[in-house]
Design a protein around this ligand. Structure first.
Ligand code: COA
Length: 162
């Protein structure tokens, strides 16, 4: 039987419980999800792509239905390369919609066979973003309950060095 594969792309700098919630619920729809960390030149990252992938791997705790990868260039090309058809994106608020709508429409224009599936971020996490997590952590604020323990630990280590 053909496996139903989806790609969950993002910067994941770092992964949060908001992302993990989308991932968990996405696994109810797909046999396999590839979490694809993007090399995003427009965003100044705190963690390297390698570190972000490692944090994701530790957070998913060996779930065999999840693969962690990275990509450079266009998302549509990556999706084709891994033989997937679907992309998952989380929506937190109306403000996410415009940008997501543009990206999904552009991607669809580039590849008619690709579809983006939007999932609502659960109410416990809709206010989180990686940027706010980093900002709070940088001032020694508490982010436990919003990110996996390993992410909390690595954030503390990063900001202790700065
Ligand atoms: N819960 C909590 N936070 C969430 C979330 C959720 N469910 N879903 C997203 N976020 C947050 C992220 O933490 C991130 O926060 P930040 O901006 O403070 O870092 C923010 O929402 C959006 O980031 P992300 O989901 O990582 O998307 P992105 O905009 O950084 O990257 C890509 C989007 C990588 C998919 C897109 O840029 C891409 O496809 N790039 C490849 C190049 C390409 O093909 N371009 C053409 C597209 S038209």
């Amino acid at each position: 039987m053909k496996k139903n594969i989806a790609v969950y792309p993002g910067s994941f700098d770092p992964i949060t419980y908001g992302h993990l919630d989308i991932l968990k619920r996405g696994l109810e729809l797909f046999d396999k999800i590839i979490v694809a960390v993007a090399y995003n030149v427009d965003k100044r990252a705190l963690f390297t792509v390698k570190e972000r992938m490692e944090l994701i791997r530790e957070s998913i705790k060996g779930n065999s239905h999840v693969e962690v990868d990275s990509f450079e260039g266009l998302l549509v090309d990556y999706v084709k390369k891994v033989n997937a058809r679907f992309v998952i994106r989380g929506l937190r608020a109306m403000s996410d919609f415009e940008n997501e709508f543009q990206m999904a429409s552009m991607n669809r224009n580039l590849n008619k066979d690709m579809d983006t599936i939007f999932m609502m971020t659960s109410k416990d996490y809709f206010f989180i973003s990686s940027r706010t997590i980093k900002e709070v952590a940088s001032f020694n604020g508490c982010v436990s309950g919003l990110v996996p323990e390993i992410v909390d630990k690595k954030l503390k280590e990063k900001f202790a060095k700065k």
